[in-house]
Design a protein around this ligand. Structure first.
Ligand code: HEM
Length: 501
């Protein structure tokens, strides 16, 4: 639907200068195609049609109908949505020194009403930048990656050992080729939590033992509930829901309370352990991100807690879910799986147990992670408020407008990717990226857990490919649902067959 009968307002100097730059003819903001101008009616339609859980498909269909840019109002939120790399480049070039995303108001309200500090996820401006630069030193820079890579490798190897043992004892077939079909998602969630804790606290929490702790299972459950209750709350004022004791708000806030108390307990244990074990001095040992931040002494303990809690909450489902998709795609693409395994085996042998060398020698692993996130971006949009007026698709977009990069339609667009339906890790080897691989966001505000997530996922795939052949009984597309993260409607069942090592 194209908006009609809108009289363009008088042109500002900024727009006139944009027009000169683009050779004239820039169209007014109001002329951007839209999905209906009344946000509250749109929101009602969303509720009625259950469209929240299919937001990614809704975006794909809307681009198909309206073209590569559209406006959408939902409740109190309005955004311009884009999906083509040229527009995305223009947006990110105007993000400024302190890029801002859409605020997840329910999360912010939880912190404010409970008196918790905010971490980088929820902060903006100079406060955000100060915390972020300190965190980057512990989780993003190359020296930090070198410190935590062996910890992730330990967890990935243990995961495979434990799964192998299970397939060998409970599976069917010859002793050297036992097979078992299972939904690996509960194990993948435990893997992601174990890996996070090992990196954050420098400590193993024993989730691959026969009886994983109830505390950890509750944490995994709480993160899932917190994520699932976020999207419907995004478009309504949380304070009003709070005042009304709306059940959805109560469920959301209770889930966050569990996450906080779990993180608080782990952090307390971490503090005690670090103080008694090393008396404050590390002797060059890696103390986990918590210990490193304590030792650096530049963030207050309240801010350390706030940021570590965010890293805990942001670090489990975001990696466990894409791993389900990756295993499914490998299982239904046996040629890709074989090609990757050949590269992995040769690289592993040459690396003599050094995980960094092993990953460097097997670039298809990196390609597989990118390819998985292209088809199944765990966060379906990246958002920015440009700090200056810009032109997108020849429409004027004023500074301060919420613009969303829609990753699901981008990743599946035949205009951007050749054969977008194919799972081809090798497609990332040659070409430059040019605003096409954006699952972790972009620039100084990109995902702070990116290096943890990429390495954690690559190492798990490496050891799975060494240990098992993967197959699935049906190669049909997986149905997906959006619950703040994109996930399978029902987790895929995968057949794991042991390989001799
Ligand atoms: C495949 C896994 C993951 C994906 C696809 C992902 C994606 C994203 C995206 C798209 C953003 C917003 C970036 C932007 O605005 O440019 C983000 C931010 C963030 N992520 Fe991740 N993430 C993943 C894993 C993780 C992990 C493992 C952690 C914690 C260890 C984490 C913690 C965070 C935090 C704290 C932020 C906020 C950063 C800031 O605003 O400065 N994420 N992530």
């Amino acid at each position: 639907m194209l908006s009609s009968g809108v009289r363009p307002p008088a042109l500002s100097t900024a727009v006139r200068s944009l027009q000169r730059r683009s050779g004239g003819g820039v169209r007014d903001f109001q002329e951007i195609p839209h999905t209906g101008s009344n946000g509250w009616i749109n929101l009602l339609r969303f509720w009625k049609d259950g469209r929240f859980s299919l937001l990614h498909k809704h975006m794909e269909n809307t681009f198909r109908c309206l073209g590569p840019i559209y406006r959408e109002s939902l409740g109190s939120q309005s955004s311009v949505n884009i999906m083509l790399p040229t527009d995305i480049g223009e947006l990110f070039r105007s993000e400024g020194l302190h890029p801002r995303r859409m605020t997840l108001q329910p999360w912010a309200t939880h912190r404010e009403t409970r008196g918790h500090c905010k971490g980088v996820f929820l902060k903006n401006g100079t406060e955000w930048r100060a915390d972020r630069l300190l965190l980057n030193k512990e989780v993003m820079v190359a020296s930090a990656v070198r410190r935590f890579l062996p910890l992730l490798d330990d967890v990935a190897q243990d995961f495979c050992r434990s799964l192998r043992q299970r397939v060998e004892t409970e599976g069917m077939g010859d002793t050297d080729q036992r097979s078992m079909t299972l939904d690996p998602s509960p194990e993948l969630f435990r893997f992601a939590l174990e890996a996070s804790c090992h990196v954050l606290y420098g400590e193993r929490i024993g989730l691959f033992s026969s009886s994983p702790s109830e505390e950890s299972e509750r944490f995994i459950w709480a993160v899932e509930r917190m994520l699932a209750t976020t999207p419907p709350l995004l478009y309504l004022p949380p304070r009003l829901l709070l005042a009304l004791h709306a059940p959805l708000w109560t469920e959301h806030a209770t889930a966050w309370d569990h996450i906080f108390s779990h993180a608080e307990a782990r952090i307390q244990r971490g503090y005690q352990r670090l103080q008694t074990a090393v008396g404050g001095a590390s002797d060059g040992r890696f103390l986990g991100v918590l210990g490193q931040l304590m030792e650096a002494g530049q963030l207050s303990s309240e801010l350390i807690k706030a940021n570590i809690t965010e890293l805990m909450a942001g670090g489990v489902d975001t990696t466990a879910v894409p791993l389900q998709f990756a295993l499914f795609e490998l299982a239904r693409n046996p040629d890709v799986q074989e090609q990757m395994r050949a590269q992995v085996l040769s690289s592993w042998e040459q690396a003599s147990g050094d995980p960094q060398k092993a990953l460097q020698g097997a670039p298809l692993l990196k390609g597989a992670v990118k390819e998985t996130l292209r088809l199944y971006p765990v966060g379906i949009t990246v958002q920015r408020y440009p700090v200056r007026d810009i032109v997108l698709q020849n429409y004027h977009v004023p500074a301060g407008t919420l613009v969303q990069v829609c990753l699901y339609p981008l990743g599946r667009s035949p205009e951007v990717f050749e054969g977008p339906e194919r799972f081809e890790p090798s497609r990332w080897a040659a070409s430059g990226e040019g605003f096409r691989s954006l699952a972790f966001g972009f620039g100084s505000r990109q995902c702070v857990g990116r290096r943890i997530a990429e390495n954690e996922m690559q190492l798990l795939l490496l050891h799975i490919l060494r240990n098992f052949s993967l197959t699935v009984s049906s190669t049909e597309e997986l149905n997906t649902k959006y619950t703040l993260i994109l996930q399978p409607e029902s987790p895929p069942r995968i057949t794991f067959t042991t390989r001799s090592l």
